[in-house]
Ligand binder design. Structure first.
Ligand code: ATP
Length: 305
């Protein structure tokens, strides 16, 4: 299987692990390592791999790198299969798919992995189209902007209240948000966050969509409605514990498509990359690509008697 490993040398643990990856693939004649030289390069390389009929593209980096690779694969006529070599900080899609952060184990999936269909989210904002592989989170506004660094914003922005962090809790903006589910009419809600998810976690393991299945042909949309400070503190705590879907302010709906407008404009990121605060639509592309994942663990047999 001809494979290109597209590696981002600036991803979280790349410095520590890339030499090891080089050693591990030295004996694999069909595996080539392509190291990116700038942001956006992984997309170009992934598109090139598809053009050249490469069988498999392994995204070596974090969710930002996977995001770029997916932009290249999603528009290909017959996209190579995807594999992941997690070298990022959060590695959230890899978590959902059960892919190890150990290079030896991740690389072994090239031999023993099984193919799983991976849905993508087609996102449209301001006349531009993006493809998301993991999670898009919307929320936050001016106050958060002022107190957070760019990196914190793209990672935590929409979920800033979780960090309790930034002292924004007392001053949270609520958004007059209109949501149109599938082809339905717009419905208004006073929201704090809208999360549109294919994968289950973002920001390094925060379970924003704990029940999402990236192969089910549907998007999990979680809406956090505005509530009292006390209630929101409980939402934050339960989000960290992975069970905030049980909160009264939190609702989950599964759809193929959702359109969102809000006043003021809700900022959205996709896979951790901030895209803007204009009206936005999300549509699932069921099984857009195939991804190599570990085989299902064999269920334990009955205890010997
Ligand atoms: N050669 C490069 N030089 C500088 N930046 C790059 C290069 N290649 C890719 N990038 C950028 O690095 C950013 C971060 O990458 P990535 O998300 O893979 O790592 P991470 O932030 O450590 O991981 P995670 O998103 O899982 O937390 C991406 O937005 C990507 O555009």
């Amino acid at each position: 299987m001809k494979t290109w490993i597209i590696a981002n040398p600036t991803s979280g643990s790349a410095q520590a692990k890339l030499d090891r990856v080089r050693d591990l693939i030295a004996e694999r004649p069909f595996v080539e390592l392509k190291v990116t030289t700038e942001p956006g390069h992984a997309r170009v390389l992934a598109a090139e791999a598809a053009d050249q009929g490469i069988d498999c593209v392994m995204a070596a980096g974090g969710d930002g790198t996977i995001h770029e690779v997916v932009q290249g694969l999603a528009v290909a006529a017959s996209p190579p299969r995807l594999a992941l070599l997690p070298l990022g900080t959060g590695n959230d899609l890899a978590r959902t798919l059960g892919i190890s952060v150990e290079p030896v184990e991740a690389l072994a999936l090239l031999d023993h992995g099984v193919l799983r269909p991976l849905d993508l989210m087609r996102v449209q904002m301001d006349g531009k189209t993006y493809y998301g592989a993991n999670v898009s989170a919307g929320g936050f506004s001016g106050q958060v902007n002022e107190v957070m660094t760019d990196e914190m914003k793209s990672t935590w922005g929409p979920l800033a209240y979780v960090r309790g962090a930034v002292g924004v809790l007392p001053d949270l903006t609520s958004y007059q948000t209109s949501l149109a589910w599938d082809d339905g009419e717009f419905e208004r809600v006073e929201a704090l966050n809208v999360v549109v998810a294919n994968g289950r976690t973002c920001a390094g393991g925060i379970r924003v969509a704990p029940e999402a299945d990236p192969s089910d042909g549907l998007l999990d949309v979680v809406v956090v409605r505005h509530g009292s400070l006390l209630d929101l503190a409980s939402v934050a705590t339960r989000l960290l514990a992975g069970d905030y879907l049980g909160c009264e302010e939190v609702s989950l709906r599964r759809v193929r498509r959702i359109r969102i407008t809000s006043e003021p404009g809700m900022w959205f990121n996709i896979d951790g990359e901030l895209i803007g605060n204009a009206p936005v639509s999300f549509e699932v592309v069921p099984g857009a690509i195939s991804v190599l994942v570990p085989p299902e663990p064999v269920p334990a047999g009955p205890e010997p008697t």
